[in-house]
Design a protein around this ligand. Structure first.
Ligand code: C3B
Length: 825
């Protein structure tokens, strides 16, 4: 450990001082929360020195900057991660011990900043970690939601959403930067003015409502390299302080409106995953952070550069899904209306500055906004999009004369709607999917017309995860063991982890590897007992599915299979069965009724199965409440089996799959998303693959022919499971799960029976589960399989992903930061 920055005695003194100054208390009198704050402030002090050094280095070296534009950053707790990346975790842990403080308890005090829903938001967080660690200049740009993802409570088996007031106690790792505040304008109208001097039209936006955007910066600490980048999230405030002034002037109503608009915009994260909400407020949120971020980026550029036409040489905006796609038009607006460029010059710069990542093909996630709403809220931006559309349609016409189908399918504005993906593709210089299969589907299916017209824009960037949070921090025993065996290089170069392969047949190593897994299972069992009141046996197979709840992710397939197993054991009590603990964790969007019913079903099945003495504890079902980044770290470390069972073609990539693999849990999954590449790395024999292929599914979707009723009618065991949903087996209210039952069959209430092919894949899944059991029974075989999963996970580091973005899309310059002497500061 390098540790010049953390002299133990200075550290201890600083913590004591902080407790005194912040709370007027002695260390012994401080609460855990107060200790957390005091320690965090001490750590932040050290970070700030590095932050300044980084700033200086960037100023001197003038590297190109990527602005990662994202509505979501699912950061997870900062304290432990920052300490690890500073290279000070060990020392600080010891120093705290000397003060009688347990670092784990302290870390548990920190709220998870949950400014994201799931995969997309967590990917953004992993990317920031990798950018800092690789030494690239980057800003994350987002929103400082007062309420992030809701806290999930389970009451009587139902999900209850509780507001997550993460800022209540004050968040120690943020820095308010009022000096960088920006104004953002909504509504009003555009007046066109002829400018005699230039002979050009000028577009003047008037009658708008203004909101002030105030940035809060969070440090993103690179791993042991002195780099500290910035996540800049925007808060909103009224322009005029609300006061008696406005009251007197009769502006009372206006002042109240401004105040309310500001409060509303940043109040809460929309809890949708893979679904667009379509709400006006959401559109406001998008424009709010996009406009503020781009204004700040231009201002920063202009401080040291004087030719705005060369903006693209120093700046690139990556749009994380279509949510920030307004960036295209906003950048055009600023370049024309503020910087004075003409259309062609502005377009030339814009189309070299923006790039787009697509994260889903789910139709309900594709953002389309009604013209009426868009043009009313953002009249000038809308005007610009209309012009982009007009010019694009001419291009399409030139390329495909007379082909009006093309225009219908490709136009940015069509049928009264603005299609954000089309805008992103037309303006972006790069369009990427997030796993190989996903990118192929984009090219061949969803975005086929665009791919044919502009193939050079399309590329794949398979997702990755940061091994520093999900192994070094989340699984400290395994991390130490790996370092003992192959050295520490894997921490910043995960491809090195393949060196573990030489231990695949080493009995002692395998034994140690599995012992660590067992300890992690004990740790999770303790968590489950404390949080769920359920006792689970760490000797059983921990079979885990944790991710957002969505029908396409098929938690329903998993729980139906549990019911099937339960029936089997009851029918054949003598049959051999290796004890299994089925662990679920998932939040459902608050308005997604069926998803919430599936949670209730899982809990009802758990109640029956866990309390049926006749099955002798062979199956346990646990639903972990409030699944989030912090408990995810415990869960991945303890998993034996990784459930990745989405309907093929629907999961763009998945990233949980990579976290399980890294921690030595083989994948039980479909050939979907990044599972395909996981299997390629680890080998068919070290994964459990089942189900229909993406091609088969897409073929059914396009041509019909899938009939779940046939399966129901011909497979008595499946029929029994479905009947149990509505015959009182799991709830005395036989109507409770009727909707789920109906959704699977051609009933009068269901338009697309079994849209996600649950019955179609059921037998194949059950058979794969049998293979899992057989493999697990063979202890040595399983240990080898588990170790090989860890050893073959090298590709799935977000460091690799980021390097690919840098090489193919962003072309950033690497920066080195050396530590200055404290005296110079
Ligand atoms: C998710 C996808 O569902 C995942 O397959 C993918 O791994 C991640 O993004 C990251 O690329 N996704 C999401 O979390 N929210 C959306 N709105 C769209 C996609």
């Amino acid at each position: 450990m390098i540790d010049k920055q953390f002299d133990k005695e200075t550290f201890k003194k600083s913590v004591k001082d902080n407790v005194k100054f912040l709370y007027r208390r002695k260390l012994e009198e401080a609460t855990q929360e107060q200790l957390f704050q005091a320690v965090s402030y001490t750590v932040k002090d050290v970070i700030i020195d590095n932050w300044l050094d980084t700033q200086n280095a960037y100023e001197k070296q003038d590297p190109k900057i990527v602005y990662y534009m994202s509505m979501e950053f699912l950061m997870g707790r900062a304290l432990g991660n920052n300490l690890l990346n500073l290279g000070a975790y060990g020392e600080v842990k010891e120093a705290l011990e000397e003060l009688g403080i347990d670092i784990n308890a302290l870390e548990d005090q920190e709220p998870d900043p949950a400014l994201g829903n799931g995969g997309l938001g967590r990917l953004a967080a992993c990317f920031l970690d990798s950018l800092a660690t690789l030494g690239y200049s980057a800003y994350g740009c987002g929103i400082r939601y007062r309420y992030g993802m809701f806290k999930q409570e389970i009451r009587d088996g139902y999900q209850v959403e509780v507001p997550d007031a993460w800022l209540e106690e004050g968040y120690p790792f943020e820095l308010r930067r009022p000096e960088y505040a920006k104004e953002v304008h909504f509504g009003g109208y555009v007046r066109v003015e002829y400018d005699q001097a230039t002979g050009q039209n000028k577009f003047v936006h008037e009658g708008y409502q203004a909101v002030k955007a105030i940035p809060y910066d969070m440090p993103i600490v690179g791993y042991e390299n002195n780099v500290v980048n910035t996540l800049r999230i925007w808060d909103a405030a009224a322009i005029e302080e609300f006061g008696f002034d406005s009251f007197d002037k009769g502006d009372y109503k206006k002042a109240v409106e401004q105040e309310n608009l500001a409060k509303d915009i940043v109040n809460v994260l929309y809890p949708n995953d893979n679904k667009m909400s379509g709400k006006e407020l959401r559109l406001k949120q998008q424009y709010f952070f996009v406009s503020a971020s781009i204004q700040a980026a231009i201002e920063k550029y202009k401080k040291t550069h004087n030719d705005i036409k060369k903006l693209h040489e120093k700046v690139v905006f990556q749009m994380n899904d279509t949510h920030p796609t307004m960036a295209v038009a906003e950048l055009m607006r600023l370049l024309m209306d503020q910087e004075g460029l003409g259309w062609d010059d502005a377009w030339a710069v814009t189309t070299k500055c923006v790039a787009y990542t697509n994260h889903t093909i789910m139709a309900e996630a594709l953002e389309k906004w009604p013209i009426e709403l868009f043009s009313r809220l953002l009249p000038r931006v809308y005007q610009i999009i209309e012009e982009i559309n007009r010019r694009f349609i001419i291009e399409v016409q030139n390329k495909y004369p007379g082909n009006y189908e093309k225009i219908k399918k490709m136009a940015i504005i069509y049928d009264g709607q603005v299609k954000m993906a089309h805008l992103a593709i037309v303006a972006g210089f790069s369009v990427n999917g997030v796993a190989r299969l996903h990118t192929e589907i984009l090219e061949k299916q969803e975005l086929k017309d665009f791919y044919e017209m502009m193939p050079e824009k399309f590329n794949n960037k398979t997702n990755g995860i940061t091994q520093r949070r999900f192994l070094l921090h989340g699984n400290q025993n395994l991390a130490a063991w790996i370092t003992d065996h192959i050295g520490p290089d894997w921490i910043t170069d995960l491809s090195q982890i393949s060196k573990l392969k030489v231990y695949a047949d080493d009995e002692k190593a395998l034994q140690e590897f599995m012992n660590i897994k067992f300890q992690n299972k004990q740790r999770l069992a303790k968590y489950i007992l404390e949080h769920n009141g359920v006792e689970v046996d760490p000797h059983s197979i921990f079979d885990v599915q944790v991710k957002r709840l969505h029908e396409y992710k098929r938690q329903l397939l998993n729980i139906l299979h549990v019911i099937y197993l339960y029936n089997q054991i009851k029918l054949h009590p003598e049959m051999e069965f290796y004890p299994r603990t089925f662990i679920f964790g998932a939040k459902a969007s608050a308005a997604y009724e069926r998803a919430k019913k599936i949670i209730k079903l899982i809990n009802c099945v758990a109640d029956v199965v866990n309390n049926d003495p006749s099955i002798g504890g062979k199956i346990k079902v646990v639903f972990i409440e409030n699944y989030r980044v912090s408990n995810a770290e415990l869960i991945f470390a303890a998993a034996d089996v990784s459930e990745q069972i989405s309907t093929a073609s629907k999961e763009a990539s998945g990233t949980g799959n990579m976290k399980f693999m890294l921690n030595g849990a083989p994948t039980l999954g479909t050939m979907d998303g990044a599972n395909v590449e996981i299997v390629e790395e680890v080998g068919q024999e070290n994964a459990f693959i089942f189900g229909m292929s993406a091609d088969q599914i897409i073929n059914y979707e396009n041509h019909g022919g899938y009939d779940p009723d046939f399966i129901y009618n011909t497979d008595a065991e499946i029929r029994q499971v479905l009947m149990q949903l509505i015959n009182g087996t799991f709830s005395s209210d036989t109507e409770l799960f009727r909707d789920i039952y109906d959704s699977l069959l051609n009933t009068k209430n269901c338009s697309r029976a079994d849209q996600y092919f649950i019955l179609g894949d059921f037998r194949s899944y059950a058979e794969a589960q049998k293979r899992v059991e057989a493999a697990y029974k063979d202890e040595k075989k399983w240990a080898k399989m588990a170790l090989l999963n860890t050893a073959c996970s090298g590709k799935f580091s977000s460091d690799r992903t980021i390097q690919e973005y840098v090489d193919d899309i962003w072309h950033l310059d690497k920066v080195t930061v050396t530590k200055s002497e404290a005296a110079e500061k």
